[in-house]
Design a protein around this ligand. Sequence first.
Ligand code: ADP
Length: 267
Amino acid sequence: MMNSIAETLGKTRPFYQETGKEAAVFTHAFQNQIPVLLKGPTGTGKSRFVEYMAAVLGRPLITVSCHEETSSTDLIGRYIVKGAETVWIDGPLTTAVKTGAILYLDEMAEARPDVIVAIHPLTDHRRELYIDKLGETVSAGSDFMLVASFNPGYQRGYKELKPSTRQRFAGISFHYPDADTEKNILIRETGVDADVAARLVKIGGKIRHLRELGLAETASTRLLVDAARLIRSGLPKRLSVRTAIIEPLTDDDETIAALCDVADLMI
Ligand code: ADP
């Protein structure tokens, strides 16, 4: 599987609606060279927040979406054969350390354990990266920052992070926003009208409380944003809700029907 790596350089500041003091916390962590762990369920704005903070702090952002095959080699770099030559290619972590970027390890717990080993010396007073294949050590400047995300969804078989790793990061918790904040996010993100936004937020809130359906994940802000986009582009409201909010949550026909019954009355 290819690693998905995204680099944003000097991008304009994306819209991010603060829900607490997270921007101040992040800024102080950056200034004090403390790595940060963003904790919370999927779709609660963690990635958007990092993009926003990179733009606020004027640093490039390199994002690596970790999966079970992501290895330290993927992050640090490797030799590749180019014609008759073998050349060294820096991986995203090495690039970030050398250029003073923010490196965002999305879903860090999913990566292979050697990734954790590789980042350890970067997360303490040493702030250095050891490139074993080159026998080199690279020191991180004051602009380099390590950020990771973690979904504490114990019930779903998510991987855990060891306490010894977690203690190397300051933590910020992400939750679903309150109704007014979430409504504002939908309006700002999609241009949907206030009444529809309020209804979508209510549907989201309702589904989040339906614990008896045993959904593995629940209706995140991301799903509500997607529904608002479909409605805004002219798809009928009920179909938009079903497509963007309900279908992604379950494959069970009865549960889909039950959720549609609930949502149809609210939209
Ligand atoms: P995560 O990284 O937590 O899975 P994302 O950052 O990808 O979540 O958020 C998913 C989508 O939800 C974003 O693309 C954005 O449209 C919306 N969103 C969620 N929270 C916020 C927020 N606080 N401000 C702005 N947009 C948000």
